[in-house]
Design a protein around this ligand. Sequence first.
Ligand code: SF4
Length: 201
Amino acid sequence: MRVEEAHQALDQDLADYLEGKGVRPSCKAGCFACCFGWVTLSRLEGEALLPHLTEAQKARLLEEGPRRLALLAWGKDQKDFPSRFFRSRTPCPLLEGGLCGVYPHRPLACRGLLTEGDPAFCAPEAKPPQGHFLPVPWRMARLRMEALWEEERARYGFLLLGELAGLLYLLLRGLPEGREAVEALLEDLGVLGGRWGFQVV
Ligand code: SF4
């Protein structure tokens, strides 16, 4: 399945589920607290996004990518790293004027994070009640991710997962060929493995 097909399939699954259950997400344009989060995506999803990036978006990724990689090298084994990053309110470099600048092409991880609760609980400082983020849409997104991971393994012989800005930066710069070379690059950058680092599996 192509990445675009996975996105469309998830959107349809979500629409069917939300309608069937009578769930009305409170997520709306201009609400972007979740875009401060530490978003992970796969190489295939990143590669599918590249042709849709504007020159300004590429420039921001080329600037922000090295910063994220350095931050990850510093914090990838710290238990609370993602929550500390979230509280730093560092926006996704693809966020533009409070809107996702790649909305039709945004990753599965962004599509699957929904709430029907008070958006105030999405803020980095908030303590959301259990179930604030809807579990079923997230599981649906995760299943689509896993299908793409298999696709990526079949295409490249290994799966590469990493933080959105850092991974897109590396893809813009061009990844070396083969698993060993990719692992060596990530090792050099200090971002391979650990609790929150890039995964090559
Ligand atoms: S890709 Fe779009 S939806 Fe996802 S975190 Fe970035 S700005 Fe937000």
